[in-house]
Design a protein around this ligand. Structure first.
Ligand code: ADP
Ligand code: MG
Length: 397
């Protein structure tokens, strides 16, 4: 049996992890952990189904164990210039938001007070950047919500109904989404916490129906070689001096010689809407339209995963906003980790089985992550002003 942290990720396909949360109260359980990779679920009293994944987290596995396997490895990839995507899938109440977005600082004991993936990723990201002496980094963040096929900015509430525009053949960008530069981990955490509050606010406003919305967090990390930045800074100084003494601008030629090349990795973390089927949620009227649409986007996600798993020619990415947004990740250029959350109670068994089947299919989706090279026209001065620094994190150690 593998020990904690021994997990070796497979970059040639989507990696799938399943987390079964502890049972609520004295309810009867339908799931049983079998080793550190498989789960058994009883279909009827007499028959059981077994599913095997990259890793199975049971009720004794806390936030740290999930982070070590699902979160930590992605940080290194993003720093190298790969895009990363971590998605939580599962029915409402199965533990998606707790696993990803719990912002507690761990000052009190108990699972519910332990930080989820996101705050842990933020801390380790800044520590890793500080350890890379050859690199200079800038970090920015954006958050949005996809609800009823509409994209709304979570960091700038008046910024609603945003469009997806195509940046290249397979890549979409949310037009007009606000990005915030984050020099310190504390600032990044505070921006994310604000976005999360908006999500909770929307939840009460929408009568607890934000379990029907997808929450998207993106952290963009740009890396430049320190030596290039220093060289360009020097050249700019020299050309400024030359133009001062000659009284004319002869700097443009010299400037062209040193372009700032770098790498950019975007980590997208997505807390998907509840995957429960409409029939069960007793939706009616407007709520039903809502449920149908949300259900539609997850349905399309299922169809995309199915098409990709069976290597079908046509993948219906364009049939929902969510899948359009996910196209760059699912079409294989990003590293994708899927965290599937399962409720263990018998009353949820049917829902859990369809969740586990979706998770199993997702394991066959092939990926081949590629590095995103980029060149920027920013002047070294501007770049240096925005640099991310982990001074405060390092001091804590
Ligand atoms: P979802 O986002 O999937 O709807 P939540 O993350 O909100 O579900 O979790 C539902 C409830 O279960 C919350 O009260 C949460 O605190 C609790 N919970 C979820 N996962 C765990 C866990 N691993 N251990 C203990 N409680 C959990
Ligand atoms: Mg949730």
């Amino acid at each position: 049996m593998d020990k904690e942290g021994d997990y070796e990720s497979d970059n040639s396909r989507v990696n799938v992890f399943v987390r079964v949360r502890p049972v609520k109260g004295k309810e009867e359980k339908a799931t049983r952990q079998a080793g550190d990779k498989s789960v058994r679920i009883s279909v009827t009293k007499k028959s059981e189904k077994t599913f095997v994944y990259d890793r199975l987290f049971g009720e004794k596995d806390g936030q740290q164990a999930v982070y070590d396997v699902v979160g930590r490895p992605v940080i290194q990839d993003v720093l190298k210039g790969y895009n990363g995507c971590i998605m939580a899938y599962g029915q409402t109440g199965a533990g998606k938001t707790h696993s990803l977005l719990n912002m507690a600082n761990g000052s009190a004991k108990g699972e519910l007070n332990q930080p989820g993936l996101v705050p842990r990723i933020v801390t380790d990201l800044y520590i890793a950047m500080a350890a890379d002496f050859m690199g200079m980094f800038t970090v920015s963040v954006a958050m949005c919500q996809i609800y009823n096929e509409q994209i709304d900015d979570l960091l700038k509430p008046k910024n609603t109904n945003l469009r997806l525009t195509m940046t290249n053949e397979k890549s979409w960008e949310v037009e007009g989404l606000s990005w915030y530069k984050c020099k310190t981990p504390e600032y990044l955490v505070s921006v994310i916490s604000n976005g999360r509050k908006r999500l909770v606010y929307a939840e009460t406003e929408m009568n607890k129906h934000s379990s029907r919305s997808h929450a998207v967090l993106m952290i963009k990390v740009q890396r430049h070689n320190r030596s290039d930045v220093v060289k360009k800074e020097q050249m700019e100084k020299e050309s400024a001096q030359a133009s001062d003494s000659e009284g004319e601008d002869c700097s443009s030629e010299a400037k062209k010689d040193v372009v700032l090349r770098g790498r950019q990795g975007i980590l997208s973390i997505i807390d998907l809407a509840g995957s429960e089927r409409v029939k069960k949620s007793k939706s009616s009227g407007i709520q039903f339209t809502e449920a149908k649409k949300i259900n539609n986007s997850l349905l399309v996600l299922g169809q995309c995963v199915q098409a990709l798993a069976f290597k079908k020619g046509h993948v219906p990415y364009r049939d929902s906003v969510l899948t359009k947004f996910l196209e760059p990740s699912l079409s294989g250029t990003a590293r994708v980790n899927l965290l599937v959350c399962v409720a263990p109670e018998r009353i949820h068994a049917n829902e859990s089985i369809s969740t586990l089947e979706f998770a199993y299919r997702a394991m066959s989706v092939a990926t081949s992550p590629t590095v995103n090279e980029m060149t920027v026209c920013t002047s070294p001065k501007e770049l240096i002003a925005d640099l991310a620094s982990a001074a405060s994190v390092v001091k804590l150690e």
